[in-house]
Design a protein around this ligand. Structure first.
Ligand code: ZN
Length: 566
């Protein structure tokens, strides 16, 4: 793929729209802000500039253009990111035969899952009265069936396989899709099929629910881990509910597909399902990009409550707010809504309790007060967030009527965990050089003027010198900043440049900045000559150079020179 194609892809994918489709961006001055998806943080330091079409995190240092973002967020290759963005913008990319062949397994897996979902949907409509009856009985609407692409897998060993082969999918790849057994037979047979979507809406796996009691296998059969799917890393439904979760600033977390669908159908469109009873760290991370307020709505029975406590404990441990919705012992969210309707559920949401209070008042689990307290101490032991920990200690103290000191004395002494800090070279001493580069990145017309006056030797910081040289080399690239970034392979350098690009220029004019750069360089040279004179005081050449420099400095700024040199 040549540069002009890459430029076209860059130009037709507004970075703000693209990033916004992954995580919610909030307007902040002339930029947009979010909590960084590449490191754990509570206050947003991830900035996106629409004008400059780049992103930059001031917390972990990561920065780049829209391609870098998609590549790193989705953990895919550069080419895959390009293809994705091209598709998003409706651009057909011309690829050479070689690069076509190199089309990665990942791409193919996405395609196969898409085809499989198509096939299962078709089977549901054409061949299954049992599956359709089941959906009708659960009052799942046609609209939801379409939205969530629910389907049905026929009771055959080769239905899907034949369909894929007919669609020119190579037999060799089938074993990597997670859709077949080791001898290439269809894994899902006679099951209601729920596709699992990535946060951007691609189908990456399936869950198959059995339809008859006497059927072999578990109630659910799920796709195994593949190159595009890791169990416990996804939240069911998030691709459609993330906007509402951000808007309402809270999320309902249910356990399974049918609870999710019932909640969604009843207008609780800020819901996700954890698919499995334990809410994983990575699921909490993903969801906390959209809200910090988690409302856990699991089954009302003993095992549901246990799971809810575990989930709430994880959520609180990672510095978010957790509230547990207390359903009657005999209900799950689905049955509760069918029986009681929306209003009653809203009432329960209002009454949802934070972990200490929920535990204290719970009677279903049959724990005594000491066991309840121990449960909370365990949570405290696991907590990574100091502030959240302090808050929880307070809450426990209030609910259990025991002093904070007594609680603290029960907590294990923790090894201090060092926060991961990204390797960002911190350059603070070279303000003028930085200002010059910021101005250059903000107004590329200025470059010529600057280039006439100073070359890279005026830059004393190695990094800034390198960047200035890069700018000179890729002068044509300056017309389009994101594509300049694309030419840089060194990630650290790329991060620094992204920071320069996104920074606002100082008020000083170019002339002033050029002047101060020159002045600094001359003074630096002068210092070196003075040192050389000390070691070889008879070198007349040195003295004449010193005179030259002094004259130059005087010409530049008499006042400054007087102050600093004599
Ligand atoms: Zn970051």
């Amino acid at each position: 793929m040549d540069q002009s194609q890459i430029d076209r892809i860059l130009e037709s994918n507004n970075i703000v729209d693209v990033i916004n489709s992954y995580l919610p961006l909030k307007k902040a001055g002339s930029n947009f802000k979010a909590r960084c998806p590449f490191h754990d943080e509570k206050t947003p330091s991830f900035m996106v500039s629409e004008r400059k079409q780049i992103f930059k995190c001031f917390g972990c240092g990561k920065g780049g253009n829209v391609i870098t973002f998609v590549r790193d967020y989705e953990k895919i290759s550069f080419m895959e990111a390009l293809r994705k963005l091209a598709e998003r913008a409706g651009i057909t990319i011309q690829e050479t035969e070689v690069s076509k062949q190199k089309q990665t397994r990942r791409d193919l897996l996405y395609k196969i899952n898409k085809l499989a979902a198509f096939y299962y949907q078709d089977c549901l409509i054409k061949h299954s009265t049992v599956a359709l009856d089941y959906l009708r009985k659960r009052e799942i609407s046609d609209e939801s069936i379409k939205k969530f692409q629910i389907g049905y897998a026929l009771d055959t060993f080769g239905g899907l396989r034949n369909y894929l082969l007919k669609n020119n999918i190579n037999d060799q790849i089938l074993q990597f899709t997670g859709l077949f057994t080791s001898n290439n037979r269809d894994l899902f047979r006679d099951r209601l099929m729920f596709p699992i979507h990535s946060v951007t809406g691609e189908i990456i796996a399936f869950g198959g629910r059995k339809l008859h009691e006497d059927q072999t296998g578990g109630k659910y059969v799920n796709s195994p881990n593949t190159k595009i799917y890791t169990k416990g890393n996804e939240l069911y439904g998030l691709f459609l509910t993330k906007q509402d979760i951000s808007k309402k600033d809270y999320a309902l977390i249910s356990e399974g597909y049918t609870d999710f669908l019932r909640l969604y159908e009843n207008g609780f469109t800020n819901t996700v399902a954890s698919l499995g009873t334990s809410l994983t760290d990575s699921q909490i991370n993903i969801l906390s990009r959209h809200t910090n307020n988690f409302y856990i709505i699991y089954d009302g029975d003993k095992s549901g409550k246990k799971a809810a406590i575990r989930a709430a404990s994880n959520v609180v441990g990672k510095g978010n707010n957790a509230n547990i919705i207390n359903l009657p012992e005999t209900d799950d969210p689905d049955s509760f809504l069918v029986k009681n309707g929306n209003e009653k559920l809203y009432e329960l949401i209002e009454k949802a309790q934070p972990l200490p209070q929920f535990l204290l008042e719970d009677e279903v689990l049959g724990l005594d007060k000491r066991a309840k307290l121990n449960e909370l101490i365990e949570t405290l032991n696991e907590m990574q967030d100091e502030i959240a920990r302090e808050l929880l200690v307070k809450e426990i103290s209030e609910n259990f009527k025991i002093s904070e000191h007594a609680i603290l004395s029960k907590i294990r002494v923790r090894r201090t965990r060092k926060g991961k800090t990204a390797e960002v070279t911190k350059i603070t001493k070279f303000g003028e050089e930085r200002d010059t580069l910021v101005i250059l990145f903000n107004d590329n017309l200025i470059y010529k003027k600057v280039a006439q006056e100073i070359d890279s030797s005026y830059f004393l910081s190695e990094k800034y010198k390198e960047i200035y040289e890069l700018v000179s080399e890729h002068l044509e690239g300056m017309g389009h900043i994101p594509s300049l970034l694309e030419k840089i392979e060194d990630e650290n350098l790329k991060n620094i440049i992204a920071e320069l690009i996104i920074s606002e220029p100082t008020k000083s004019s170019v002339d002033e900045i050029i002047k101060s750069l020159k002045l600094r360089k001359y003074q630096n040279d002068l210092e070196q000559i003075n040192e050389q004179i000390l070691t070889s005081p008879k070198d007349m050449e040195l003295f004449s150079r010193k005179r030259e420099l002094k004259t130059k400095i005087l010409e530049l700024d008499k006042k400054v020179v007087r102050k600093t040199l004599y």
